[in-house]
Design a binder for this molecule. Structure first.
Ligand SMILES: Cc1cc2nc3c(=O)[nH]c(=O)nc-3n(C[C@H](O)[C@H](O)[C@H](O)COP(=O)(O)OP(=O)(O)OC[C@H]3O[C@@H](n4cnc5c(N)ncnc54)[C@H](O)[C@@H]3O)c2cc1C
Length: 345
């Protein structure tokens, strides 16, 4: 996307977590078009990044629903209103426009001129935790299947590659298993000899290790990377007796978990209390007209950080955004049963 392209729309929603997704539905019901921005490569926020396979028991109407299924249903629910997703974009800059709207820019230089912004940024943008090694930057720029990767976006990028995976959780184990039939070699490095992963995955892991399909390198930790400007060649590891190994590697997949940072949003002049944005709970309005905050990122007295609380805040924010953008158009409240959805639904 070039810097000159400006996307004009009613609402920009920052964050594609459960609350941002439901805000897209509520904006649609309020007659507003919206674009959703999130640095992750798929919608879902904490539900997908932290607990995709956990059941949630307190979503109204669902006695039990897996986090991943909830996100699927929220995405489907918003779909009739055709929200536009900008995944891989972090909202970075915000400036007030003279017409009462806002100009939002992203880490990939997309520019949005919008009537209102709904911030549903949770506890901040997820960022992968990096291994504690020097000189990572050049390897981080080498792209999928080369240097260092923190996510697998396209498994084909690892075809016939020497892959070293570092980490001890589900992601490390699951990707080691998934890459066995794709990569030239798979080494799995962990500083303990036990992994925190599903029993069934661990059974398969040990079968693959016994048959030589996976090189299990435990308990070892990463100590260095060997390569040049264009490619990674090997990952150096060391055990607790200072025994070292160089593992052939075209790519290191590092799964050390995710950290969350409020990042640039903290510099937008909003009222911030303990890394959360102060709002009026009856409108989700922040201290700036046309800027709303909902979900985990919003704070007010007695706030409960629950998905269902965020859903209610999304309804308040959508209506308040509609009023901000079209102040002269009176609210004509209709239940969804009366109003229905756009064509074909
Ligand atoms: C293990 C676990 C179990 C839980 N169980 C339950 C439960 O049973 N019931 C329940 O109600 N709640 C539960 N929660 C809490 C629930 O997941 C959160 O309340 C919910 O995810 C909040 O939704 P959200 O959309 O506000 O934020 P998030 O889910 O955090 O999503 C925020 C999104 O905003 C994005 N973002 C952040 N900064 C930016 C930026 N600058 N630009 C663009 N995008 C940005 C992030 O990448 C993220 O995708 C649980 C949480 C955890 C960790």
């Amino acid at each position: 996307m070039t810097k000159q392209q400006v996307i004009k729309t009613d609402v920009a929603i920052i964050g594609a977590g459960p609350v941002g997704l439901f805000a897209a539905f509520q904006c649609g019901m309020a007659g507003l078009k919206c674009h959703i921005i999130d640095p992750l490569d798929a919608p879902g926020g904490q539900c997908i990044a932290l607990y995709p396979e956990k059941p949630i028991y307190d979503i109204p109407g669902y006695p039990k629903i897996m986090a991943t299924d909830l996100i699927e249903k929220l995405t489907q629910q918003a779909a009739p209103f055709a929200p536009q997703y900008h995944m891989g974009h972090m909202a970075s800059g915000l400036e007030k426009l003279t017409d009462g709207g806002w100009q939002l820019t992203t880490s990939k230089e997309a520019i949005f001129n919008v009537g209102a912004v709904i911030i549903a940024a949770g506890v901040g943008a997820f960022e992968p935790k990096c291994p504690p090694l020097d000189g990572l930057e050049k390897y981080e720029r080498m792209g999928p299947g080369a240097g260092i990767n923190y996510f697998v976006k396209n498994i084909d990028a690892y075809t016939n590659k020497n892959v070293v995976i570092a980490g001890g959780g589900d992601s490390a184990v699951d990707w080691a298993l998934a890459l066995v039939d794709v990569a030239k070699s798979v080494s799995l490095v962990h500083r303990r000899d036990r992994f925190r992963a599903h029993e069934a995955s661990l059974t398969t892991l040990h079968e693959f290790a016994d048959s030589g399909k996976i090189n299990l390198v435990v308990p070892y930790q990463l100590t260095g990377l060997l390569g040049d400007k264009t490619a990674l060649h090997a990952v150096q590891v060391e055990d607790f007796d200072n025994k070292t190994q160089d593992l052939d590697a075209d790519v290191l997949l590092a799964f050390y978990g995710l950290s969350q940072k409020l990042g640039p949003i903290a510099d937008w002049g909003l009222g911030i209390e303990n890394r959360r944005i102060e709002t009026d709970p009856t409108t989700a309005q922040t201290n700036q007209p046309g800027l709303f905050a909902i979900g985990d990122v919003a704070v007010y007295p007695h706030k409960q950080r629950l998905i269902l609380t965020g859903f209610s805040e999304a309804a308040f924010a959508a209506e308040a955004a509609r009023h901000h953008i079209h102040p002269k158009v009176p609210l004509k409240f209709q239940h969804s049963t009366t109003k229905g959805l756009p064509a074909n639904d």
